[in-house]
Design a binder for this molecule. Structure first.
Ligand code: BG6
Length: 487
């Protein structure tokens, strides 16, 4: 393994993300021989625990959340890399002590190791930590030291600009890894392979042949224990500004000249810049918001959003968004990109649907209506690509029917790595491709700014969709007005 010796410092190591995602990802990478030969995971937390206690806690969680089994041999080898370190986020001394710890580990490596700081904490602490890291010179080597930051990255364009500015006082852009975990999904990464690794799709991938594009990320879960966080966030900030716009970029971007990370990120920024901004007085025409009321999901009664813990009984926060975007460039002139996402929907289902234009003239009789071709990229939980086309029905007459040709990931019997395995491995290797650059984040905020402002200023009539449905009626109107349908 060629990876340099690395000290991985996790802020918020006793939190949910660390136990469910980060430690399992490191453990699975370790078993696959993908961790550096020399590494330490330094888990920071406020409480006074010893290593033994913390390692046991991690073991129990690995047993619950790891993709691969926790065998005694693997665990024995892995656990020795974990150190618990008591730390207060806002105390200078804590960072001085951390520095000493890092130097101690470096002398064990025999070299100044790389440093990977993972901020698995609420967004309010980013500035405090970043400043302390600067003051204690913890990330003084731009070629070796990196910081990983979770979303939400700001809460609007202005705050994102300020956050980027603040981080730039401690880190160079190439040291900053802003996570959008959707980019680590196998099915999302495959869009690049599918589009640019084949010769037959790309010639059709434009306004001459494509009628509309749909991106749906529907969730069955509600806000669970995150009510008070979600109250300040809402679906537009939580899902559209990041995950949905990133998927849209993958579908719409021009071919990058190479797989170099800035090249790919440049092409995505081109798309974000070309998205037509929604005029402030036309938000209702382009975007729909919803909030779930009571309903039934899988036969079980479920409460309304306004009844969830931590939620205002008169809340104006949206749990559903549908929007229509246009991309003003040569390729996508007048092709609507419909996006929608919601919580407590009928089913968990994320997909991209590319609707091709109907034939200009049909050779077949009226009794043989033709369905226009459609390509469906299922992101999750189905993971497949389906091409829908017309065929002849077996029989004596010339009757047609639509059929599907399917590529199914699960048929390949290959292990699918967890998203965080992909992202953490990339961060260890210094590959920024799947992470958000500052301008990507800012442009994406810019795209949703007028919607944010309009919705903040107007009280919605909520709840307007039943839990367990496909969202408010207005979401259907949005696409049907143009003669289209949600899949
Ligand atoms: C997160 C959002 O970014 O993505 C959550 O904050 C959402 O609200 C989650 O549930 C969905 O991710 P996934 O990978 O389960 O589709």
């Amino acid at each position: 393994n060629v990876l340099s010796a690395t000290n991985i410092v996790i802020f918020g190591a006793t939190g949910d993300l660390a136990k469910r995602k980060l430690f399992p990802a490191f453990y699975n990478l370790f078993i696959d021989g993908r961790m550096p030969e020399n590494f330490n995971i330094i888990a920071l937390g406020r409480s006074d625990h010893n290593d033994e206690y913390f390692r046991n806690y991690i073991k129990v969680n690995l047993e619950a959340f790891s993709r691969k089994n926790v065998t005694p041999e693997h665990w024995e080898a892995f656990q020795s890399h974990i150190t618990y370190f008591q730390h207060q986020l806002d105390e200078e001394n804590s960072y001085k002590n951390l520095n000493r710890k890092l130097l101690e580990f470096d002398s064990g490596f025999g070299v100044r190791g790389n440093r990977l700081f993972y901020l698995s904490i609420g967004p309010n602490f980013i500035s405090t930590i970043s400043n302390h890291i600067k003051n204690a010179s913890l990330a003084s080597e731009p070629d070796k030291d990196r910081i990983i930051i979770e979303k939400p990255f700001g809460y609007n364009k202005q705050s994102a600009i300020e956050l980027n500015q603040l981080l730039s006082e401690t880190f160079e852009e190439k040291q900053i890894y802003r996570i959008d975990h959707y980019l680590g999904k196998e099915t999302v990464q495959n869009i690049l392979a599918f589009r640019f690794g084949n010769s037959i799709f790309e010639p059709l991938w434009n306004h001459r042949h494509i009628e509309s594009v749909q991106i749906t990320v529907a969730e069955e879960v509600g806000v669970e224990t995150r009510g008070s966080f979600y109250e300040q966030t809402g679906a537009l900030r939580d899902m559209v500004q990041n995950h949905l716009l990133q998927i849209l970029c993958m579908v719409a971007m021009e071919a990058p000249a190479s797989l170099e990370s800035d090249e790919i990120r440049d092409r995505k920024v081109d798309v974000l810049k070309s998205i037509r901004r929604i005029p402030a007085d036309k938000v209702d025409h382009y975007a729909v918001r919803g909030q779930y009321g009571k309903g039934i999901i899988n036969g079980v009664e479920t409460k309304a959003y306004r009844e969830e813990d931590g939620v205002d009984p008169d809340s104006n926060t949206e749990t559903f968004v549908a929007a229509k975007f246009y991309i003003d460039n040569e390729r996508w002139q007048n092709v609507p990109f419909y996006v929608r996402t919601g919580k407590k929907m009928k089913e968990k289902q994320s997909y991209i649907s590319i609707q091709f234009k109907p034939l200009p003239h049909s050779t077949f009789s009226d009794t043989n209506p033709l369905s226009a071709n459609r390509l469906i990229i299922n992101i999750q939980p189905l993971m497949d690509i389906r091409l829908q086309f017309m065929t002849k029905k077996q029989g004596l007459s010339m009757a047609l029917r639509p059929v599907e040709m399917i590529f199914d990931y699960f048929a390949c019997k290959e292990d699918t790595p967890e998203v965080y395995e992909t992202l953490l491995q990339d961060a260890l290797e210094g590959d920024l491709t799947l992470f958000m650059r500052s301008d990507q984040v800012e442009e994406a905020w810019d795209v949703v700014t007028t919607i944010q402002e309009d919705w903040a200023n107007k009280k919605a009539i909520f709840p307007n969709y039943e839990a367990g449905s496909w969202g408010p009626k207005e979401s259907f109107d949005l696409v049907e007005r143009q003669g289209h349908n949600w899949l």
